[in-house]
Design a protein around this ligand. Structure first.
Ligand code: 2M8
Length: 437
């Protein structure tokens, strides 16, 4: 029986497509933005050239204004909907000469570069690689702060649920309530590939497609989107990833002598951290929540995203101490520790669904982010518990896309949920097993 590390490496090898890695055969057959970041971290431990190639391939999709799309369609495939013809990013005068989507995903690339730096044994070599891509990643941050922060608060908005990465979190239900959508003809493939009850509903997909149709009418013009999109949200996970990436670009920029860029990043960073705490931290819920910019209201719900600011060093020690209570005989762990950590949505909420995608199941990238965050704040034992639960799922079921949080229900299961041989589950397992950080 091959070791877990060997099995994980095999998953990455099987999903490798010459210059980049797909998240999952059939289900996600192209290059995805934040998947690629996590995947590059996994590759870095076993094949640094592939890690570099992963990053370079993603940046091939960068738009003229610095925007980085959520999917780069390097290849053709008929197994995914919506494909390049639905996204029609060529309608924008900013799009590159390669097919991409016109929406983005959590900006992990900055901190991924720092991870590659720490993992590499040849610091000179990795630093010269980072030097070749640094400006492109900086331009992406510049895009965010100049195009997606209309009130100049240091908090950027997302305009589509797919930009969040947490596609159907119950928080978006409250946005869908605010507008009507026509009945689009959908050509879904996902529900034919895996158990449809674990995926978003068709009604939800009508909203997803409607937003894309609006953006296409506006030729993906950011000013028009900011003015008219019914979905305009400041998301805690998205902003935390940007802030963590700012921090890494500051560290790396100092090594590379990029004085002006570092000064600019520090300016964004200060404002961003301040606004995260003053606007998105919810004292009574003890965690970071969402702000609906279109309807000027806080959406006070806890999800695994609520704890990701820990990784970026955003909360005070006091806030961090309040947040971790949810994991120790609390809302997320269950009063008697009856749940594995960490459910993607508040298990005590009426909207929680332990089987449905981002409405409850455990996701390995979020576990990894929270694990890192807890370590950063000195909650070593708790961070080890998250790591242990993560490895437990991999050993018991394999590299699935998401997992059942309830320990009791797990006793009746023989697999995880969603796609199998899922790349970031494998990549981050490699990191958890290997990384000393
Ligand atoms: C899922 O999202 C895609 C759309 O981007 C989909 O459902 O078709 C999400 O889990 C997202 O976070 C992830 O990046 C993507 C590929 O793994 O799949």
């Amino acid at each position: 029986m091959p070791s877990l590390l060997e099995q994980a490496s095999r998953v990455l090898n099987n999903n490798w497509k010459e210059t980049f890695t797909i998240p999952c055969e059939g289900l996600y057959p192209f290059q995805w933005n934040w998947d690629s970041g996590f995947i590059a971290i996994g590759w870095a431990h076993i094949d640094m050239d592939r890690a570099k190639s992963e990053v370079r391939s993603l940046l091939k999709g960068q738009w003229k204004n610095g925007f980085l799309p959520h999917i780069v369609f390097h290849n053709e495939s008929k197994t995914y909907y919506p494909g390049p013809e639905v996204h029609a990013a060529h309608l924008s005068d900013q799009s590159p000469g390669i097919k991409t989507s016109g929406i983005t995903q959590p900006p992990v690339l900055g901190f991924v570069l720092e991870e590659l730096y720490h993992i590499s044994e040849d610091k000179e070599d990795i630093l010269s690689f980072i030097d070749t891509v640094y400006d492109a990643v900086f331009r992406n941050h510049h895009y965010f702060y100049t195009h997606r922060d209309p009130e100049e608060e240091g908090l950027v908005y997302i305009c589509h649920n797919w930009e969040a990465g947490t596609d159907n979190t119950p928080v978006w239900d409250f946005i869908w309530e605010t507008f009507e959508v026509p009945d689009y003809e959908l050509d879904r493939k996902d529900t034919k590939l895996i158990d449809a009850s674990h995926r978003p509903t068709n009604k939800e997909y009508q909203y997803y497609i409607h937003l894309i149709e609006l953006f296409k009418q506006w030729r993906y013009d950011d000013a028009k989107i900011a003015q008219g999109s019914p979905f305009l949200v400041q998301d805690p996970l998205f902003n935390s990833m940007l802030i963590k990436s700012n921090e890494s670009l500051i560290t790396l920029g100092k090594r590379l002598g990029k004085k002006d860029k570092v000064a600019q990043l520090e300016e964004w960073q200060e404002k961003a951290i301040h606004s995260m705490n003053s606007k998105l931290y919810d004292e009574s819920l003890q965690g970071y929540v969402y702000y609906d910019l279109r309807n000027s209201r806080k959406l006070s719900h806890l999800s695994s995203s609520s704890f990701t600011p820990l990784m970026a060093g955003i909360p005070s020690e006091k806030q961090a101490a309040a947040m971790v209570q949810h994991f120790q005989n609390g809302r997320f762990s269950g009063e008697q520790d009856e749940n594995f950590l960490c459910a993607s949505f508040d298990p005590s909420s009426e909207f929680f669904n332990s089987k449905k995608y981002w409405r409850g199941p455990i996701w390995i990238n979020l576990n990894w982010i929270i694990y890192r965050g807890l370590k950063r704040y000195g909650y070593v034992e708790l961070s080890e518990k998250i790591k242990e639960h993560t490895i437990h799922f991999m050993n018991t079921y394999g590299f699935y896309e998401y997992f059942e949080p309830s320990k009791a229900l797990n006793n009746k299961l023989d697999k995880g949920y969603g796609g199998n041989n899922f790349s970031w589950s494998a990549a981050l397992t490699i990191d958890l097993l290997t990384n000393k950080r």
